[in-house]
Design a protein around this ligand. Structure first.
Ligand code: MLT
Length: 385
């Protein structure tokens, strides 16, 4: 019944975890869910109010324009200039997205021919690989290792791979490792992509989830990046809007055009009332983002301290709401995630789910309140691994 394309796929990582979680809840387990990176707190009230106002205007009820509402694209361009120092033309260099996931999946359809290689960082968001496969491309993982600060070693890629490489997906602040990259690394990526004629796709979904004074740069701020690159932003994590499905792509106008061409043939855009509320989020005070970061920082410190007290080597990360913890000795990541769920009612994501190079780690998302994290630590301590 299913296509070869679908038959070749394992279940989507978070769909499989959802099933295990539902099964445990069905058995009456009090589950502490630190699995998917889905903020537990609601969208900030001023954004919800903006949606309620916008939806009253019947103009927002029709099909949206294919590349997004001007007000949203202009707000995105202004936001990028104000917070990332990148100047963009809202008409040609910004595109509204239905969340950044769809862009990750659609970008290979726009630029990758069957047999082309797509480089991607591993461990990584599963859609880099899956989107590539859907387009008939060949995914080529670049392993992220602790000893390289979870940055890929671009110099280690074999020449025959580089010859066939068309596109490179990377993501800093990084999911799942929580690693960050500086502008010098992005400049190296620009040089590498220009030299090898590769399109750079930077997933910047976590750039506003930052702690201890850290500021995450835009890839497009690197010299020459606009010539070869596209960057994806998401309202999901920044403004607690995962369910709204809203984001934007920015970058080189020909790349934006290619993605727009795929999208306009496949989807019908983002509800304009949602875009107007998203513009309010970007145009207004960013105090709500800072407040969220304070909440995540407190949670981070509690879980880090708890994991350290169990002998796991974790450092407080500068960005993202993920803790990427090395496993205790004697476990695979699937075994350890299974143990946490079975014996402690804790959902965490096995590193292997993010790619082969994720083996040896487990990811905790800081998506539950302090009391639940304390409870999770107490339950884990009892496991005595
Ligand atoms: C994650 O948990 O890795 C992400 O939240 C999943 C997503 O953004 O789709």
């Amino acid at each position: 019944m299913y296509s070869d394309r679908i038959n070749a796929l394992p279940p989507y990582l978070f769909a499989a975890i959802d099933e295990a979680k539902a099964e445990a809840r069905g058995r009456g387990v009090d589950v502490i869910d630190l699995g998917i990176g889905d903020p537990d707190l609601p969208t900030h009230p001023h954004i919800v109010e903006a949606l309620c106002e916008a939806v009253k205007d019947p103009k927002t009820h029709s099909y949206p324009s294919h590349n997004g509402l001007y007000e949203f694209r202009k707000a995105a361009a202004d936001w990028c200039e104000k917070y990332k120092g990148v100047k963009l033309d809202p008409d040609t260099e910004v595109l509204t997205l239905i969340g950044s996931k769809e862009a990750v999946a659609h970008i290979p359809l726009a630029f990758v021919n069957p047999g082309d290689i797509v480089l991607y960082t591993d461990p990584g968001y599963p859609v880099y690989k899956i989107g590539t496969e859907f387009a008939g491309g060949e995914p080529y993982p670049l392993a992220l290792k602790a000893e390289n600060d979870f940055l890929p070693d671009l110099d280690a890629i074999p020449g025959d791979i580089l010859k066939r490489a068309k596109l490179f997906f990377f993501n800093y602040p990084n999911n799942p490792t929580a690693a960050v990259a500086d502008l010098a690394f992005f400049e190296k990526v620009v040089e590498f992509c220009k030299k090898n004629d590769i399109i750079a796709v930077h997933d910047n979904a976590y750039c506003q989830m930052v702690y201890d004074g850290y500021e995450a740069p835009s890839f497009l701020a690197a010299k020459g990046a606009m010539d070869i690159g596209i960057e994806l932003y998401s309202h999901s994590k920044t403004y607690n809007m995962t369910g709204w499905r809203l984001g934007f792509a920015v970058g080189n106008k020909d790349l934006i055009k290619g993605l727009d061409k795929v999208k306009s043939n496949i989807d019908s855009g983002t509800f304009e009332a949602v875009q107007l509320a998203g513009a309010v989020a970007m145009n207004g005070s960013q105090a709500c983002v800072a407040e969220m970061n304070e909440i995540y920082k407190e949670r981070r410190d509690i879980l880090i301290e708890g994991l350290r007290s169990m002998g796991l080597h974790v450092e407080p990360q500068k960005a993202t709401f993920y803790i990427w913890a090395p496993l205790p000795k004697g476990f695979t990541s699937i075994e350890f995630a299974g143990l946490l769920l079975e014996k402690a009612g804790i959902v965490a994501t096995p590193g292997l789910g993010f790619g082969a190079a994720g083996e040896g780690y487990i990811r905790f998302a800081l998506t539950r309140p302090v009391e639940r994290l304390q409870e999770a630590v107490e339950r884990m301590k009892k496991l005595q691994f």
